[in-house]
Design a protein around this ligand. Structure first.
Ligand SMILES: NC(=O)c1ccc[n+]([C@@H]2O[C@H](COP(=O)([O-])OP(=O)(O)OC[C@H]3O[C@@H](n4cnc5c(N)ncnc54)[C@H](OP(=O)(O)O)[C@@H]3O)[C@@H](O)[C@H]2O)c1
Length: 314
């Protein structure tokens, strides 16, 4: 029996669709029939060969996916599961395929009937947003919070969680078309209009998901002894500081590494998945068939995607 896979043969070139025998599992591993897989910025960095952990090639990308158990020592056949971590899509083959063999520890059961496209992608967005608002940003009721990339997958959940905490939220987007996608409860402004006046008073916290030229502009607005949570760099990965200005501003720079925090987020992950599935929290999902990877990648790379981008195999 064969399985369609997307195979990355050279960094900087698109993965190629091909067929391979369904992979064999060893003890301690689980074989999954993949239903949906996330296409995230981390995956794009790996395709480009621009990440601190890179696989040997050829390689099947895909750091997060969802599907059903075909064979496992741990989980019954047919169980719906999501898979991530343990080097999946980073140092070993990932989920951009019809079948995946993964270490048992990368497998997390999800409730039967859950949308596989949602189950494969909610965690990186919602887990990161939760960590940013609560664990790292410690956003409190009544605080003013500035969120960049506020219509993005992570950014829009940051906005929703911060609003729910009782913060006054200002959401920044890079283009006019995104203004209407900043979640309700936040004031939406364009990055080009970002100023102390537009924000309406110094934010206690900045939660930045885009980096690039937006980050230094937003950072300057944060109040002294405020904090800036740094999540992403979709608008640019370079950032420099003038140390004299940085020390004078006295704003704490707080990075988030979801891979290192994933274990701590397990207790809230199921709740976040339930809240998104029920519509209590909103996370739009774009779906593309496995053979439409290039469109999916293009949507994400250009910042045109609204919400998460996924590949589906069925
Ligand atoms: N630190 C961690 O552990 C962690 C975990 C998850 C995600 N992340 C990172 O967080 C960032 C946001 O992730 P996400 O899933 O929310 O992505 P997303 O939905 O694609 O949102 C990213 C936003 O970046 C903005 N952007 C500006 N220039 C862009 C460009 N050239 N290409 C693409 N987007 C551009 C877009 O907003 P505008 O159109 O409004 O400018 C877009 O909505 C990514 O950098 C991702 O790698 C980090």
């Amino acid at each position: 029996m064969t399985s369609r896979v997307l195979l990355l043969e050279r960094f900087g070139t698109p993965p190629r669709m091909t067929e391979r025998p369904v992979p064999a599992r060893s003890p301690g591993e689980t074989l999954i029939r993949v239903a949906a897989a996330q296409v995230g910025h981390l995956d794009l960095n790996i395709l480009d060969g621009r990440f601190g952990i890179l696989p040997s090639l050829p390689f099947i990308p895909g750091t997060e996916a969802c599907g059903t158990i075909v064979a496992s020592d741990v989980h019954p056949e047919g169980t719906l599961v999501r898979i991530r971590g343990a080097g999946l899509g980073l140092s070993r083959d990932g989920g951009w395929a019809e079948h995946a063999v993964v270490p048992d520890k990368a497998v997390v059961p999800v409730s039967p009937g859950t949308d596989p496209a949602l189950a494969c992608c909610f965690f990186s967005a919602a887990g990161t947003a939760w960590a940013a608002v609560h664990d790292v940003g410690a956003v409190a009721e009544g605080e003013r919070v500035l969120v960049t990339g506020a219509a993005g997958a992570v950014g829009s959940l940051v906005v929703q969680l911060a609003v729910r905490t009782g913060a006054e939220v200002i959401g920044v987007v890079g283009r006019q078309a995104k203004l209407g996608h900043v979640p309700a409860g936040a004031k939406a402004i364009l990055a080009d209009d970002l100023s102390a006046e537009a924000v309406g008073g110094p934010p206690d916290a900045l939660i930045d998901t885009v980096g690039g030229s937006v980050l230094p502009t937003a950072l300057k607005l944060v109040r002294p002894r405020g904090r800036a949570v740094l999540i992403g760099y979709s608008a640019g990965r370079e950032f420099s500081v003038d140390l004299a200005d940085f020390l004078l501003a006295d704003v704490a720079l707080l990075p988030i590494n979801l891979m290192a925090r994933a274990g701590n987020l397990i207790p809230v992950a199921d709740r976040l998945l339930t809240e998104i599935a029920s519509g209590e929290l909103n996370l739009p999902i774009e779906r593309y068939a496995l053979d439409r990877l290039e469109t999916a990648v293009e949507r994400l790379r250009t910042g045109s995607a609204i919400g998460k981008v996924t590949l589906t195999t069925e």
